[in-house]
Design a protein around this ligand. Structure first.
Ligand SMILES: NC(=O)c1ccc[n+]([C@@H]2O[C@H](COP(=O)([O-])OP(=O)(O)OC[C@H]3O[C@@H](n4cnc5c(N)ncnc54)[C@H](OP(=O)(O)O)[C@@H]3O)[C@@H](O)[C@H]2O)c1
Length: 376
């Protein structure tokens, strides 16, 4: 494993961090975590040098923190820093913040959360936290020893990012960043802006939720023709680690094979290792992606459960497969094999999902588009 500086802290973080948002499940129900497999994956990662574990109150319908708590038994707690997040959208009062933090400590079965984030900040949520004087609250939680350091995860535009960064001497922040997102949300600007202030930048969605692992043919062709042979995952991750401003790259790995592969890639990573020719290959891959029709869903499942049972991210994934991979019939067959309530056409347009989407997708409108594409 390679280790990298974590902002101004006296802590060397592993290049790869474990994101506990896409753990394997025993059934199609993502709250039904396959505990044995998930524990094996987390223990394998820690045994091979991963020292940063990221979870959140809501992951896997609230079960991720409990699973992480179990993974920390048997001496693993001392080997890893734990990060979790306050569900800001559920908070209305200071008492709510106390209540969630105490519940999270219980679920994780730990005395202390090393890195505590305000989850999924945007302009409105930041305004709410300011009203609640949440930073004062967080500093008190640090004094009480419940939290080590305060940070935030972010999904909004770069102006909002700059405003939040400038408002407080944060230890760390977490942004969505990958070779498609250079100019999206905080983007490369945000990465560099935070890093030059000495704030550790934690990267989430490095493979755009998995889409960069299995790219469309046009993109795969660019990688196949490259003089250096690498998997699409290796191209995407090495591109991130090539940048000195990146502290740790979180990957939401969903099986042991992925954990092994990503650890191996991390071990060969480093700042400035990619040549100008290799960086050009990534640029061409980005351009090829941008030419294709796409629904910008990262399958984070923050929008679920849908009150009517629509499997939102699966519908968008099938749409992208149909049009990016030119596999329309195959995707349509899979769409029609979904239980009727999970299909896009079962959307009632209530819009409950829209407020929760970090990508700010107009979900009901897009579901209508998917339904039209597959059912008409
Ligand atoms: N704070 C926030 O607002 C927020 C939002 C999103 C994420 N996060 C955190 O950031 C972490 C990382 O983000 P992410 O989960 O979106 O990461 P990601 O790396 O972009 O996506 C993870 C997915 O990529 C695929 N993958 C990973 N390694 C692979 C490999 N070696 N070969 C093939 N496919 C591979 C898997 O997809 P398949 O399952 O399809 O194989 C996996 O589920 C999350 O787990 C979570 O902890 C936070």
């Amino acid at each position: 494993m390679q280790y990298r500086p974590f902002g101004k802290l006296d802590f060397q973080v592993s290049a790869l961090g474990f994101g506990a948002m896409r753990l394997p499940s025993k059934s199609a129900d993502y709250t039904d975590i396959d505990e044995a497999q998930a524990l094996e994956m987390i223990h394998y990662a820690i045994d091979h040098g991963v020292n940063y574990l990221d979870t959140a109150y809501g992951y896997h319908g609230g079960k991720s923190e409990i699973l992480v708590g179990k993974a920390l038994k048997g001496g693993y707690r001392q080997k890893v820093k734990v990060a979790t997040k306050l569900p800001v959208w559920l908070v209305d009062t200071v008492q709510d913040m106390d209540r969630y933090l105490d519940e999270q400590l219980r679920k994780l079965d730990t005395e202390h959360i090393d890195f505590y984030l305000f989850h999924d900040l945007n302009k409105d949520r930041w305004a709410k936290l300011e009203r609640l004087e949440a930073l004062n609250w967080a500093e008190k939680a640090i004094q009480k020893g419940k939290i080590g350091h305060i940070g935030f995860s972010f999904h909004d535009d770069r102006e909002t990012f700059k405003k939040i960064i400038d408002a407080y001497p944060w230890t760390f922040c977490q942004i969505q960043y990958n070779y498609l997102d250079i100019d999206h949300q905080a983007g490369q600007f945000g990465l560099q802006y935070a890093a030059q202030k000495g704030i550790a930048v934690v990267i989430m969605e490095p493979l755009r939720g998995g889409r960069l692992a299995n790219p469309p043919e046009e993109v795969q062709k660019i990688f196949d023709e490259a003089p250096v042979k690498r998997s699409p995952v290796a191209w995407a991750l090495l591109w991130l680690w090539n940048q000195k401003e990146v502290a740790v790259v979180l990957s939401g790995m969903s099986n042991l094979q992925q954990v092994k592969e990503n650890i191996e890639i991390a071990s060969s990573s480093g700042v400035g290792l990619l040549s100008p020719e290799e960086l050009k290959i990534i640029e061409r891959a980005r351009e090829a992606f941008e030419r294709l029709p796409s629904i910008n869903c990262n399958a984070c499942k923050y929008c679920l459960p849908c009150p009517n049972g629509v499997n939102i991210s699966r519908n968008f994934e099938l749409y992208n497969d149909a049009f990016q991979k030119i596999a329309f019939e195959d995707a349509r067959r899979k769409y029609l094999a979904l239980p009727e309530e999970e299909r896009a056409s079962s959307c009632l347009g209530c819009g409950d999902c829209e407020d929760l989407c970090p990508q700010e997708l107009p979900i009901p409108e897009l579901l209508e588009k998917v339904a039209r594409a597959f059912e008409e």
